[in-house]
Design a binder for this molecule. Structure first.
Ligand code: GTP
Ligand code: MG
Length: 189
């Protein structure tokens, strides 16, 4: 496993015509505020992704070069209620543009909140990913906020229907190596 991944910012884009040329992509999706950008920062050496306490921090699709081997993609969160109707339409079209690149996407990392488990928005996203036949793995983030009992409950109840779940804390950098190993499996060939 590569321990010292070098990350550099490529660009932000909203539409297909502006997406960079890249061959292998790993994309991080999830509801607003679940910690997508934080997880990207915890995986790589430099904190380049914007994070914040208020939902809706990431507004465009951000592309990062990782070791000149693959591209990590940070997208704005779904289920963000404060978008206007116009913004919601723009969001949907930006995401469709992005997910039309199915041939480039090696793995979708779907981040959820371990305290809540998958929500209806997350289930809708999973259906969307299945329709497009994309590989995906579910992350249960923010486990630093859970007691041992709550973590057991998450495993046996909230996430019981899911096969691939990695329990992490992006903030406290817990189990981040498991995510790295998972990514490595999908980009090495
Ligand atoms: N306690 C705890 N807080 C976390 C963790 N990961 C992220 N956060 C916090 O959650 C908030 C949102 O994090 P972001 O990484 O900006 O979330 P995001 O999913 O990128 O949000 P959008 O870009 O708005 O969709 C920030 O205040 C983070 O510090 C974690 O593992 N534990
Ligand atoms: Mg973000």
């Amino acid at each position: 496993m590569r321990r010292w991944s070098v990350i550099s910012f490529i660009k932000s884009a909203k539409a297909a015509k502006d997406f960079p040329a890249s061959e292998k992509e790993i994309v991080f999706v999830g509801r607003s505020n679940v910690g997508k950008s934080s997880l990207i920062n915890s995986l790589y050496k430099k904190d380049l992704a914007y994070t914040g306490k208020t939902p809706g921090k990431t507004r465009m699709i951000n592309f990062f070069n990782i070791d000149d081997i693959y591209t990590a993609v940070d997208v704005p969160g779904y289920g963000y209620a404060r978008r206007s109707q116009k913004e919601a339409i723009e969001y949907a079209s930006m995401m469709d543009d992005y997910f039309d690149r199915t041939d480039k996407i090696r793995l979708v990392i779907q981040i959820t909140d371990a305290r809540i488990g998958p929500t209806q928005d997350d289930i809708d996203m999973e259906e969307y990913l299945k329709d497009r036949k994309l590989n995906y793995v579910v992350i249960a983030n923010k486990i630093d906020k859970l007691s041992n009992n709550q973590l057991t409950n998450a495993r046996h109840k909230l996430y019981r229907d899911r096969v691939n779940v990695i329990y992490v804390s992006a903030e406290k950098k817990k189990n981040i190596d498991q995510v790295k190993e998972y990514i490595d499996k999908y980009i090495s060939d």
